[in-house]
Ligand binder design. Structure first.
Ligand code: AHG
Ligand code: MN
Ligand code: MN
Length: 340
């Protein structure tokens, strides 16, 4: 049986760009290396003293787990040293790391935003967690970064992806030409192509939402949830409910099997809970590239104009027909707001 490693796959893809200097290839290799290190740690989490809380909070006031700090350290350290990046930003730090000064990498082309460990509150229970990454090419030619570099919308991502540390570890990514998935073979330490050209089913039967927030949802979302539960064998309803609480794991399941994930506005999180730059944008890019859809309810996630590194937005993402169904339910609310 013939295998294709991630490295071989990237090299083959890059031959289509004879002008490419190998920087993007090296950047993805760095992400893959950091992912393998986090995989190693996650897999011995029950053995070593790496479970549990770090005893500190991140910038968003969330309690940090030891593995949050570990994953953040390795992704930053490896990407920083690689030399292809002029900017790195992580969920765990208030400010991004600007490497565009003359003493660092003023010619580094790439800006990377990442959530080093997604779903980390699950780690002590041996539930799947992940890493999410989003890559932009700087717009300004070189030297210090400019406002226009930070103003790029999700649609301008040159690549995005995630790693899921699940029953097996997988790296799924897209450079805008479809989505490919690679499974880590720990015996050879390589990600191998296992899911070429992934497509999300147009319609699934799983809905995924933290329904304990029900009383805080808008009327449209409440009605949609009722629709999910109604009996209608012709449309496979009632749908089935699955909520892991690790965005990467919930998203990955829906990508493979079809389904929808929602984290709408609540009174606790009036703008939604999930973060645009390193959670919603990269997964929206993957969803669209796989034939799915991602929206806030108002507009496509990928069209949101960013204004802050840690900004939040509502997220409705998954199978195209299911997302469109939700949009019908929230349409009236959207029109009311637009006309007010
Ligand atoms: P993180 O661990 O990176 O802070 O992300 C947690 C996120 C996401 O993974 C998940 O979908 C969501 O928080 C769960 O939130 P609730 O506990 O409010 O449902
Ligand atoms: Mn997260
Ligand atoms: Mn996180």
């Amino acid at each position: 049986m013939s295998i294709q490693t991630l490295e071989q796959f990237i090299t083959e893809q890059q031959t289509q760009f004879p002008q490419a200097k190998g920087e993007f290839t090296r950047l993805l290799q760095s992400i893959s290396l950091a992912a393998k290190i986090v995989h190693r740690e996650v897999n011995k989490a029950g053995l070593a003293d790496i479970l549990g809380k770090q005893g500190s909070q991140n910038i968003q006031g969330e309690e940090q787990q030891k593995l949050d700090v570990f994953a953040d350290y390795y992704f930053l350290d490896i990407l920083k040293k690689a030399g292809e990046c002029c900017y790195l930003a992580s969920e765990e730090h208030e400010d991004g790391l600007d490497l565009s000064s003359p003493s660092h990498y003023p010619n580094g082309k790439y800006m990377v935003y990442f959530d080093p460990l997604d779903g980390s509150s699950n780690i002590d229970a041996n539930v799947s967690v992940g890493t999410i990454f989003s890559i932009y090419r700087r717009v300004s030619p070189s030297g210090e970064l400019q406002d226009e570099d930070f103003a790029q919308t999700g649609r301008q991502q040159v690549a995005a992806g995630y790693v899921i540390y699940g029953s097996s570890t997988m790296l799924v990514y897209s450079t805008g030409k479809g989505v490919n998935g690679f499974t880590l073979d720990p015996s050879i330490g390589e990600f191998c192509l296992s899911h070429p050209q992934l497509r999300i089913p147009e319609l699934g039967k799983t809905y995924s939402i933290n329904e304990s927030n029900y009383n805080q949802f808008s009327a449209g979302i409440k009605q949609y949830l009722q629709f999910c539960k109604n009996q209608d064998p012709a449309t496979q309803r009632p749908y089935t409910s699955r909520y892991i609480g690790s965005l990467v794991a919930d998203f990955h399941r829906n990508l493979i099997q079809g389904g929808i994930f929602l984290y709408p506005e609540t009174s606790t999180y009036p703008n939604g809970k999930l973060r645009l730059m390193y959670e919603c944008n990269p997964l929206a890019f993957i969803a669209e590239q796989a034939g799915g859809k991602a929206s806030t309810g108002f507009l496509p996630i990928l069209d949101i104009q960013p204004n802050a590194l840690h900004q939040r937005c509502p997220l409705i993402i998954g199978s195209v027909r299911m997302v469109e169904e939700v949009l019908l339910y929230v349409k009236e609310e959207v029109e009311l707001i637009l006309n007010s």
